[in-house]
Each structure stands twice: as C-alpha cells, then as structure tokens.
Design a protein around this ligand. Structure first.
Ligand code: SAM
Length: 296
C-alpha cells in the first residue's frame, strides 16, 4: 500500500525510519532526501532514459534509487551501512516495468572508494556500453569519490552529484573568484562542470547544516594535456599554498632559487606579482611543464 507514496517524501521516510528503527548515521554522511521535486531534479539533470546503466553511490533507504528505476535506469549501487540491504529489498518496488527488482537493481555492499568497477559490475552491466554515475554523496568523502571516479576505468558519460554547495562552487569556479583553486583546476582540466540545481536543508531528513547543490560533470572531448598529472596537481596545490601571497612567493617551495623563479616567470610572460587565483588553467599547465623541464 505504502509503495504508492515515493520513498522521497517525509511521510514514507518517517514510516521506514519507524518500522526499521533507522538512526541516520552522521559518520556515514546520512541525510536522506525527502523531497520528490529535488530527487526528480537530480534524475532530470542526469538525463536518465530507459535502458541507461546507472552507478549510484550510497542509496540509503532508496529515495533516489527508486526514481532512477522509475525513469528506466538499471542501477548498481554501492553502500556500506549493513542495516540497509533489508530495507532496500523490502521498500523498493518489487517490479519495475514488469521486471523483477533484481534484474534492475544490484546492491554492492562495499566502500565505493575500494570499488573495482570492472569486477563489481560484470554480469550485471554491459561494460562495452557507458554508464552514468548519479549520487547524493556522503559529503565527508566528496572529493576522494570524485577523484577515484576520474581515475577509475569506469566508462562514464556523466557524473551527476549532489554535494555541499560550497564544494560545488569550488568545482565550477572560474579564475578571479574566491572559490577558484586546486579542486576547480584539477577537475576542469578533464571535465566540464555545470551547476544544475540548489537544494535547501528542508529537503533532507535529518537536515544537514550546510546547503547543497547538484553538479553535472561531463568528460571533455579533449582533456588538457597537463603532463604528469600527479606532478601537475602538486604544483597547483603549492601555487595556492598561500592564496593571498604572490605567485612568485608561492613558487619558492617549488623553485628555491630566486633566479630560477624570475627566469621561469619571465620566460612564461607571467607577472610575478599576480595572485594564484588570477591565473588561467593554461598558465598552471605552462608552469608545471616548465618546472618539470627544469627538474629533468
Ligand atoms: N541516496 C540516499 C538519499 O539521497 O536519500 C542517501 C544519501 S546519504 C547523503 C549518503 C549515503 O552514502 C548513505 O546511505 C551512506 O550510508 C552511504 N555511504 C557513506 N559512505 C560510503 C562509502 N564509503 N561507500 C558507499 N556508500 C557510502
């Protein structure tokens, strides 16, 4: 009976919480979505169509999972909370588009940071075809999850991720803004970043202290050639070590010799008095490649 009310509603979520004695676990970043509009907004932002293969991170009690299934998705979800498999098995619809739930939904009880996608998804997904990643992320591991996905072998066409608004703003930030920094640069060299929607506290149970936003990351057709990516990320991080200081100042750790620094900046035609946040991504790439050349 209750199955007709979406899980993403205060009344159904409260019923589930009471029936299974659910205590939202803060340490696992559990804030369940109880706002159908917000959940459907995520599904729309992800452009889920019938037949899409979807990887979800942290299905919780299934509010987003249910709508992904109803939009036609085939969903593989990573979860770590051992109290949730029973709830998901009982509360998600038994049949979706005439198919049994287990043909459309696979729960992988594993830390997503330890995922081995090729093995975990084999037999459930057709791995010759791309997947879409959709999640209301556990906020405490937002950036490790994003970097893990970017470095993984997963053939994805988009990552549609709900996260703390402040992190979403950092991902999308452009040069000259306060939010622009190593995270913006590392991600934007590989992905286009779109802020799709903002979601307020009231859409969750329990309500988080921070505002949330949904970001859609799409792989660039031509990712920037940054050379050794680890080295590039390190250079960018050090350039931003002290945001308020000049570029020349921040470069001291990377190039202790004053002459080396002055020559590098002159060669690259960069003003040493600029602050790191004023530099374009292409400037950081040039700096990193030039430093690699000097250290050869
Ligand atoms: N999708 C649900 C929703 O929108 O209501 C729940 C989202 S809640 C913000 C984050 C979920 O991620 C929780 O269910 C939590 O148990 C799960 N989680 C936390 N750490 C995880 C990890 N390392 N790997 C996979 N899932 C994790």
């Amino acid at each position: 009976m209750t199955n007709r009310i979406p899980i993403a509603s205060p009344v159904r979520t409260a019923a589930i919480v009471n029936r299974y004695f659910v205590h939202a676990k803060k340490n696992l970043g559990q804030n369940f979505l109880v706002d159908l509009d917000a959940v459907q907004g995520i599904v729309r932002a992800a452009g889920i169509e019938p037949g899409d293969q979807v990887v979800e991170v942290g299905p919780g009690i299934g509010s987003l999972t249910e709508q992904l299934l109803l939009a036609g998705g085939k969903v593989a979800a990573y979860e770590v909370d051992q109290s949730l498999p029973e709830i998901l098995a009982n509360e998600l619809p038994e049949k979706v588009d005439g198919q049994d739930l287990d043909q459309r939904f696979k729960l992988i009880m594993k830390d997503v940071l330890k995922a081995d996608f090729a093995t975990d998804l084999a037999g459930f997904f057709d791995l010759s075809k791309p997947v879409k990643v959709v999640a209301n992320l556990p906020y405490y591991i937002t950036t490790p999850i994003i970097f893990n996905l970017l470095e993984s072998s997963l053939n994805f066409t988009s990552l549609t991720l709900m996260m703390q608004k402040e992190v979403a703003e950092r991902l999308a930030a452009q040069p000259g803004s306060k939010a622009y920094g190593p995270l913006s640069i590392a991600v934007q060299t590989q992905m286009s970043v779109d802020l799709a929607l903002e979601v307020g506290h009231a859409s969750f149970m329990p309500q988080p202290k921070v505002d949330s936003a949904v970001v859609v990351l799409t792989p660039l057709e031509k990712p920037a050639d940054v050379g050794d990516r680890k080295q590039f990320n390190r250079v960018v991080k050090l350039c931003f070590a002290q945001r308020r200081k000049t570029l020349a100042n921040n470069l001291k750790t990377l190039l202790p010799d004053k002459e080396d620094r002055e020559k590098l900046l002159a060669d690259l035609d960069l003003d040493p008095r600029q602050r790191p946040e004023q530099l374009a991504i292409s400037d950081f790439i040039r700096i990193s490649l030039a430093i690699a050349e000097i250290n050869k």
